[in-house]
Design a protein around this ligand. Structure first.
Ligand code: KG4
Ligand code: ZN
Length: 354
């Protein structure tokens, strides 16, 4: 691993962020925590008919989109490649073929421009993105990162990241997408269930809250599990069909969303209390969910916690979150990544920079 950050990298560096962990090709340019421009090309429409991401299709789409996306970002920000101080790229977790496209691009740019490369962790970057909106974190921060691929509770203290817990099976967004599929909703179904839930009664159906009983809490105080909920919801749909009942879509969506938001917020509050942390940041594509946002706002305020949650455009996969992670690393004077780092499909959040 190379030595510390080169001396000529400023505290407010111009950082190019490249994200290709899933189906979005994201490229952004930030100066310090000020976002200059963010361009996202998505291949989601190409996957929709399969009901999920097809890795090979995603990799090819990244290859095609990469160059135009970089050019669009530089053009819109009025910046030249030569002005960039550092390049940040997602090193993991994610689809290995997709990650490889971003990494190869970032390494080539870092080598050609002779600038430091930061291979950063996608999950941690979801939480760090909020600094582009609400400024630098002020001390240790509890982070709830929820998306289609991950549900994690982290403590971010400068460059140190500790994972308190994560999902033992499905991520929250994944459970929404799978149940949405059973309901015949288009992929990704999360936003559609959210919309249906707004007009439903969250108390209509009592869905299970996994890992919240006393004996489970002793072993898994901050872990999540959504596969039991998913099975219970699938059985409910089946039973309604067998009985020839019409699905009460709004009440079903509201009760399902309530079960997820309830567990996510109650475990986050328990962690904040146990660790004496006063600030919680929420990130990841699932944090667009209105039931989670509303519940977090109410419950965290009642618990005396400060809530940091960026606008939805900062929560989905994009280059801005990766540029923010690069700035975060540079401000902590972390050593850049070696030019031979590989894609790490299961990169642990403790490893914030590869
Ligand atoms: O972070 P993200 O863009 O990609 C991953 O890294 O997974 O998250 C996408 C996930 C999908 O599962 C999608 O259904 C879910 O976030 N999602 C939502 C909402 N918006 C996106 N789930 C529930 N409610 C929403 N409003
Ligand atoms: Zn993500």
């Amino acid at each position: 691993m190379p030595d510390d950050v080169p001396d000529d990298v400023p505290d407010d560096p111009l950082v190019l962020g490249i994200e290709t962990s899933c189906d979005e090709t994201g490229v952004a340019l930030a100066r310090g925590f000020e976002l200059l421009h963010d361009t996202v090309a998505s291949s989601v429409d190409e996957h929709a008919r399969f009901g999920g991401i097809v890795p090979e299709v995603a990799s090819r789409a990244h290859l095609e989109a990469m160059r135009p996306t970089i050019e669009a970002t530089l053009g819109a920000a009025g910046a030249a490649l030569g002005e960039i101080d550092a390049i940040a790229v997602t090193a993991g977790p994610g689809l290995v073929g997709s990650l490889a496209v971003g990494l190869a691009t970032a390494k080539a740019l870092a080598f050609a421009l002779d600038k430091p490369l930061y291979g950063v962790n996608h999950v941690v970057a979801h939480a760090l993105a909020d600094q582009l909106v609400h400024g630098p974190f002020d001390g240790p921060t509890l982070a709830l990162v929820v998306s289609g691929g991950h549900s994690s509770l982290l403590v971010i203290d400068g460059a140190e990241v500790t994972e308190l817990g994560q999902t033992l099976d499905d991520a929250a967004g994944e459970a929404f997408d799978k149940i949405g599929r059973l309901l015949g909703l288009p992929y990704p179904a999360g936003p559609h269930i959210d919309r249906l839930a707004r007009d439903g009664d969250p108390r209509a159906i009592a869905f299970p809250r996994a890992l919240t009983r006393r004996q489970d809490l002793e072993k898994h105080p901050y872990d999540f599990s959504f596969s039991g909920l998913k099975t219970a919801a699938a059985r409910w749909i089946e039973a309604a069909a067998d009985a020839g009942r019409e699905m009460p879509l709004n009440d079903f969506a509201a009760s399902f969303s309530e079960a997820v938001a309830d567990v996510l917020t109650s475990k986050t509050i328990a962690a904040a209390r146990a660790l004496g942390l006063g600030t919680v940041v929420i990130g990841g594509g699932f944090s667009a969910n209105s039931q989670l946002r509303d519940k977090a706002a109410d419950r965290f305020a009642a618990a005396g916690l400060d809530l940091r949650v960026p606008p939805i455009s900062y929560c989905t996969d994009n280059g801005a979150m990766i540029a923010a992670a690069g700035v975060h690393a540079i401000r902590r004077r972390l050593a850049p990544s070696a030019l031979d780092i590989g894609a790490d499909s299961s990169m642990a959040p403790q490893q914030f920079v590869a």
